[in-house]
Each structure stands twice: as structure tokens, then as C-alpha cells.
Design a protein around this ligand. Structure first.
Ligand SMILES: Nc1nc2c(ncn2[C@@H]2O[C@H](COP(=O)(O)OP(=O)(O)OP(=O)(O)O)[C@@H](O)[C@H]2O)c(=O)[nH]1
Ligand SMILES: [Mg+2]
Length: 289
């Protein structure tokens, strides 16, 4: 059986870094894992592990920009169109990996997750090839510093989930950057220090975070936004699709918990009993009310 994990999410969310830690962890557990680089703009120095399959062998952003005079964004879209037309190239490359775990490091272009047909087509192809596919979607913990940015992240995750319709894990990355203040100090969130209770409200998004503080942060005093916020609150309340697993790469337990959830959604190791994911209560940031 082959397993494919797509590592997705907006620019700079920590996809490439997570991918490397993921591979490292699986290799230490003596599992066969390979990196597939799908980012035509990735620099060769950004990888800790050599990709087994690299989209840049088919098409690179640098060449597209140089030869066809595209800008960086148009160039990326061109690269994906090109890959879409050359799926047989990818299929051929993937053919060599028979019984393996493949981790796909995806680019950070948000268009790719909201409306571009590239990822749905890729998923259809992988599924047709008999792979079990799941996606992880990373947003970084700094998104919790600004509730509007955070809900934009939640909506982007929802939109990507609906677009792909495959088993899905949302991850709050870079949790090492969040310092937790146990005291209920007023204003602590504004200084980048959060209470554990607050963090729990973000990991399992509490739409009231968006509704109750209207106008208090200065940038949404226009009443028209109130109606919009209410509508978004309702959407998130009615469709609670998104919750986040915290990922702190400085903690091996945290990484292991996230990986156990990914394994579980794909029922990794079909001949074994399905494994329960690690209990989230072991993590640092849950259920602290
Ligand atoms: N503190 C901290 N920094 C991180 C972590 N993960 C990534 N970073 C930093 O965040 C930046 C972006 O990380 P990448 O892994 O390249 O992010 P990416 O999502 O692959 O970025 P793109 O491919 O450009 O979309 C780098 O400077 C990393 O060093 C983390 O867990 N903790
Ligand atoms: Mg990257």
C-alpha cells in the first residue's frame, strides 16, 4: 500500500520545515518515506532531505520566468498548468515507489487551495493509482495574535477542505513561538502572551472570538463589518469543520502526536489493528478550562 500526505497551507506556514521533521521522525522509526517536492520555486538549499521526485525536474519557476517572461505569480500558475498537462510524468515517477509513504511538500500559493484545479486533479490521480491520500493544512501560531487574520486562516482551511474532500488534518504550526502566561493578566494577549484557555479557544475555533470583540481592535468599527462577522460566525458555528492540532517542533511528543493523527486518518498499516491517535490530553495546550 502506498500513502500520500500532502503538506499544504499558506506561504511561510512552515510546510517545508514540518516535512523535514516528519521525514526524520519516520526514518528514525525505520519507515520507508520519500519526499516529493511540488514547489517549482523551492531553492535546492531549502531541503534537508533530497527529494525523490522533484517538480523542478519537469518545470522550474526560474526557467518559466526567464524564458517566458512571466512574473513570479503568473509563473507559478503556469508551472501548475504545465504539471496538470503532464500528470503522466508524475505518475511515471511515482511508479517506482511501491510500498512507501510519500510526503508532498506543496507551495504556499493560496490560489492553489481555494480554486485552482491542480490539487483536486492530483488527488484524483493519486487515488486512481491506489494510494491512500490525506492532507495536512498548516497555519502558523502568529495567526492567533490577530483574530481577523485567524478567522481568515480558518476560512482558507475550510475552503481548501471543501475543495479537496479527502481526510484532512489542520495544524497550528510554530507553537514554540507562543509563550503561555498562566496568570489571567489583562492585556496579556496583546503582548503576544496567551492564556492556555485562550489557546484552546483558537485550536477549536470559538466563533464568539470574532463576534464579541467587535470594534475593540480599532480596524472593524464600521457596522457593515458587524453583519459580515455575524454571517461568518454563523457559518463556522453551523459547519464546525476546522480544528487545529498544535505542532511544536521543539517537542518530540508534539510531533509524534501530529504524525499519529495523520497515520490514523489514512489507517496506516492496513494489516494491523487501526491505531487510536495519541490522546490529545497529553499535549500542552488542550482542555485547560
Ligand atoms: N520558530 C519556528 N519557526 C519555524 C517553524 N517552522 C518553520 N519556521 C520558520 O518559518 C519560516 C518559513 O518556514 P518554511 O518551512 O520554509 O515554510 P513554508 O510553508 O515551506 O514556506 P513556503 O514554501 O515559502 O510557502 C522559516 O524561516 C522557518 O525557519 C517552527 O516550528 N518554529
Ligand atoms: Mg516550502
Amino acid at each position: 500500500m502506498r500513502y500520500a500526505v500532502l503538506v499544504t497551507g499558506p506561504a511561510g506556514a512552515g510546510k517545508t520545515t514540518f516535512t523535514a521533521s516528519f521525514i526524520n521522525h519516520l526514518r528514525l522509526s525505520k519507515r520507508t518515506v520519500h519526499l516529493v517536492n511540488l514547489d517549482p520555486a523551492a531553492s535546492p538549499t531549502s531541503f534537508e532531505f533530497e527529494p525523490a521526485i522533484d517538480i523542478k525536474d519537469l518545470v522550474s519557476l526560474e526557467d518559466v520566468m526567464g524564458e517566458l517572461e512571466y512574473g513570479p505569480n503568473g509563473g507559478l500558475v503556469y508551472c501548475f498548468e504545465y504539471l496538470l498537462q503532464n500528470m503522466d510524468w508524475l505518475e511515471e515517477e511515482l511508479g517506482e515507489y511501491d510500498n512507501d509513504y510519500l510526503i508532498f511538500d506543496c507551495p504556499g500559493q493560496i490560489e492553489l487551495y481555494t480554486h485552482h484545479p491542480f490539487l483536486p486533479t492530483l488527488v484524483r490521480n493519486l487515488t486512481r493509482m491506489g494510494m491512500r491520500v490525506c492532507a495536512s493544512y498548516l497555519i502558523e501560531s502568529q495567526f492567533m495574535e490577530d483574530r481577523y487574520k485567524f478567522f481568515a486562516g480558518v476560512l482558507s482551511a475550510m475552503s481548501a477542505m471543501v475543495n479537496l474532500e479527502i481526510p484532512w488534518i489542520n495544524i497550528m504550526s510554530k507553537m514554540d513561538l507562543v509563550t503561555v502566561n498562566k496568570e489571567d493578566e489583562p492585556g496579556s494577549a496583546r503582548n503576544g502572551i496567551r492564556r492556555r484557555k485562550d489557546i484552546a479557544r483558537y485550536l477549536d475555533p470559538d466563533p464568539l472570538l470574532l463576534a464579541t470583540r467587535r470594534g475593540q481592535e480599532g480596524n472593524v468599527s464600521n457596522p457593515r463589518f458587524h453583519a459580515l462577522n455575524q454571517a461568518i460566525v454563523q457559518l463556522i458555528e453551523d459547519h464546525p469543520l476546522v480544528s487545529f492540532l498544535p505542532l511544536d517542533l521543539t517537542s518530540p511528543d508534539s510531533l509524534e502526536t501530529v504524525i499519529s493523527h495523520i497515520d490514523y486518518t489514512m489507517q496506516y498499516g492496513e494489516d494491523e489493528e487501526p491505531k487510536e491517535p495519541h490522546d490529545l490530553d497529553e499535549g500542552d495546550f488542550q482542555d485547560l478550562e
